[in-house]
Design a protein around this ligand. Structure first.
Ligand code: THU
Length: 128
């Protein structure tokens, strides 16, 4: 994973709005053209309305017109570094299962590919 992408995710993590869980997450998504789109988690007093960092990053990217992505970096404060939740896996999969990712914790990193995190994925192809 490029250090530029990890640094962007780290900066996004600083913006996390997580007064309830205190669990801050940052995500950085690199588009095909090299542009980087970031997101942080955003909690709500109505807990179920919380949005994860990964989905915030996807929304930011799509709003800017980007739909094809090269890789994603996620920064968390726990060990082992957390993988994207199920909802975020599905939302990322909408734009391609071939997405290398890295989860970065305070002392270790885990590399993964979205395809392996969502076997048998339901996707746009199912609606064709
Ligand atoms: N969270 C993320 O931002 N990404 C994930 O993949 C898992 C969980 C956030 C949601 C919530 O604000 C906090 O972490 C605790 O669940």
């Amino acid at each position: 994973m490029t250090e530029t992408l990890v640094a962007a995710a780290r900066r996004a993590q600083q913006q996390a709005y997580a007064p309830y869980s205190r669990y801050q997450v940052g995500a950085a998504l690199e588009a095909e053209d090299g542009q980087i789109y970031t997101g942080c988690n955003m909690e709500n007093a109505s807990f179920g309305l919380t949005i994860c960092a990964e989905r915030t990053a996807v929304a930011t990217a799509v709003t800017a017109g980007a739909r094809r992505f090269r890789r994603i970096a996620i920064v968390v404060g726990s060990e082992p570094p957390a993988m994207p939740c199920g909802a975020c896996r599905q939302v990322l999969a909408e734009f391609g299962l071939d997405l290398p990712g890295e989860s970065v914790g305070p002392s270790t990193r885990v590399s993964w590919n979205l395809r392996d995190l969502l076997p048998g994925a339901f996707g746009p192809g199912n609606l064709a």
